[in-house]
Design a protein around this ligand. Structure first.
Ligand SMILES: [Zn+2]
Length: 277
């Protein structure tokens, strides 16, 4: 099951590739989408933005048309350079949106529907997102308050909760906690406000750096895989993520890993640099 933060990254990659671009071709395997296309012609519209809301992915087209998809268990959005070979079989294709440079392909998305802004508002099951860490006017107070509301949850889980704040993925969850010296298994109520603000600031900084890097011709796929020709060990620059059993870069203690939260996501930490209390 794709997690909220994975869908958030997917939406960001799609947004970067498609926003502001003219749709040159639209194709749908679902009759209800094809009939909207017959009436309203998606080709010729501009993609305004792509955003994630929890496990929903929303693609906004000019002229008040929004394509809403949900991934459920097996759905995914991929992005390909024009002419590039797809990495899932064609029979899984449900939606294709092409621009001059890119093809965005929704594979096996079981829920896909068009909305107007008004009909989207009535669809109450699509959650609102927490403050977006990448926005310039990011609401720090709102994010701290959102964390405080989850006093009895663990820091590592709350950092991943896209309703509290949007943008932190599983890698930066572990990295952020290490940099701040906070054990990811601590309950939020044991963490003071200065530490919470430090966690949020750190996550923001890491994300901003990462985006700058992505802008350098790199696109993250739905699965969070980096599509790049650059070589090198991706963990070489990370403090703890993916380094179970390897020595802590600060104190030499072996890094530990444990599954955390309802999604059983891998959490890496140093037991010495990040004491439980
Ligand atoms: Zn350490």
């Amino acid at each position: 099951m794709p997690e909220g933060d994975t869908i958030f990254r997917s939406a960001r990659a799609l947004h970067r590739a498609l926003a502001g671009k003219l749709v040159t071709r639209f194709e749908a395997a679902y009759a209800h989408l094809a009939s909207v296309d017959d009436d309203k012609r998606i080709a010729g519209r501009t993609v305004e933005r792509v955003e994630a809301r929890g496990k929903w992915l929303l693609m906004y087209f000019s002229g008040d048309l929004i394509l809403v998809t949900h991934m459920r268990m097996n759905g995914s959005w991929h992005i390909y350079r024009s002419g590039e070979r797809w990495r899932r079989p064609r029979r899984d294709m449900r939606v294709v949106i092409e621009t001059a440079d890119w093809s965005a392909v929704g594979f096996a998305v079981p829920v896909a529907e068009f909305h107007s802004a008004a009909s989207l508002l009535r669809k109450t099951m699509i959650p609102a997102l927490g403050p977006d860490l990448l926005k310039q006017d990011f609401d720090l107070g709102g994010a701290v308050a959102g964390m405080r509301e989850r006093a009895d949850e663990q820091v590592g889980e709350v950092l991943l909760n896209q309703k509290v704040m949007a943008g932190i993925g599983n890698v930066y969850k572990s990295e952020t906690c290490f940099i701040c010296g906070v054990n990811p298994f601590r309950q939020v109520q044991t963490v003071d406000t200065t530490e919470l603000e430090q966690l949020i600031f750190t996550a923001r900084k890491l994300l901003t750096l990462n985006v700058a890097e992505d802008a350098n011709g790199e696109i993250l796929t739905y699965a969070g895989l980096r599509r790049t020709t650059r070589t090198g060990d991706h963990t070489a620059r990370l403090w703890v993520y993916g380094r179970r059993g390897e020595p802590c870069r600060r104190c030499g203690t072996p890094i530990e890993m444990r599954k955390q939260g309802v999604g059983a996501r891998s959490t890496f930490w140093c037991p010495v640099c990040q004491p439980i209390q």
